[in-house]
Design a binder for this molecule. Structure first.
Ligand code: HEC
Length: 305
């Protein structure tokens, strides 16, 4: 009976984790020196390989059932970065994706891992691509201070949107249904659909600065280009303010407020948690088991402080 109770509360805890996106991790991470690559490997094999593959090639056993395919880390192509188009991400960028997850996909926030474990797995991901040995990370783009959003700025963004042909991909009204929307592919060959800009939240994060970053850096390995050279900082903010003005609807959500791919991610993450438990790492608590963290630390991250 006690065991049953413990398992149930363990499962409830895990479920709780999947509501972290909105209120969750939102702070500048503190880089930790001396992270342990062995720890990173263990964390990876237990939590990530099922989707991203043991060799980091995006071909884990669950990958075939996922619509948005898990990243192939061997190419060094990262979508969500603060660095210029085509270049490698910073550690902070990788850490941010792991801590926040990628909204609307099966990649959920991995806050059941401690900060130390998330840094360790960040380092471990980099071992999959030779590029991290031969290339230097470039300086991140600077995010200019956000101007106050005025009707004029939104109007300027709208004109830019209409004139610059964004509508070809994202559609004349930003609904992700432009004329070329169905033909787009990632460099990996996987099909990709442009974001519906009228639905919140966006993949790369909920804040205006996240959108500004995406417009400035582009998404490596996808048709979404960088506008850092072609648009001034003010024009990029105008574009962001226009997008935010049309992003008025919440994405339709099903079971437990999650979209389909997020539910799939939850199922896969729960299976991994059960496997850890059955693998003799005990039920819960620090240093092993279903939850690798104590509750108080986890809540702190979920509240973003
Ligand atoms: C349920 C499947 C699944 C699991 C488990 C999973 N991921 Fe992911 N991950 C994905 C998918 C799918 C994407 C791609 C999202 C996209 O392209 O929009 C992704 C994207 C990422 C990214 C963003 C890469 C970029 O292009 O910027 C990072 C980093 C990442 N995952 C790391 C991890 C780590 C580390 C773990 C384990 C602690 C993990 N993932 C567990 C499915 C998963």
């Amino acid at each position: 009976m006690t065991k049953l109770l413990a398992v149930t509360s363990g499962l409830l805890l895990i479920l709780g984790l999947f509501f972290v996106y909105e209120s969750g991790y939102d702070q500048a991470p503190v880089v930790q020196a001396g992270v342990d690559i062995k720890l990173g490997e263990r964390v990876y094999l237990e939590n990530c390989a099922t989707c991203h593959g043991q060799k980091g090639d995006g071909k884990g056993p669950e990958a075939h059932r996922l619509k948005t395919k898990p990243r192939d880390f061997t190419t060094g192509n990262y979508k969500f970065r603060s660095t210029p188009s085509g270049s490698l991400p910073l550690d902070d960028d990788i850490f941010r994706s792991i801590s926040r997850g990628v909204r609307t996909t099966s990649m959920l926030a991995q806050l059941h891992l401690s900060e130390k474990e998330r840094w360790a797995v960040t380092k471990y991901l980099k071992t999959f691509s030779e590029r991290f040995k031969s290339e230097k990370s470039l300086k991140p783009i600077s995010i200019q201070t956000k101007p106050s959003f005025s009707a004029e700025l939104v109007a300027l963004g709208k004109v830019m949107y209409e004139e610059a042909g964004y509508g070809q991909c994202h559609g004349p009204r930003g609904r992700g249904d432009g004329s070329s929307a169905n033909e787009l592919k990632e460099e990996s060959g996987n099909p990709i659909v442009p974001a519906n800009l009228t639905l919140k939240p966006f993949k790369s994060g909920p804040n205006p600065e996240d959108l500004y970053r995406t417009v400035s850096t582009g998404l490596n390995g996808t048709p979404m280009p960088s506008y850092a050279d072609s648009l001034t900082a003010r024009d990029r903010w105008a574009f962001v303010s226009y997008v935010l003005s049309i992003a008025t609807r919440d994405r339709p959500r099903g079971m437990m407020g999650l979209v389909e791919e997020e539910v799939e991610g939850m199922r896969i993450d729960m299976r991994a948690a059960m496997a850890r438990m059955m693998g003799g790492r005990g039920m819960m608590g620090r240093g092993g088991g279903m939850m690798d963290r104590n509750m108080r630390d986890m809540m702190k991250d979920m509240m973003g402080r």
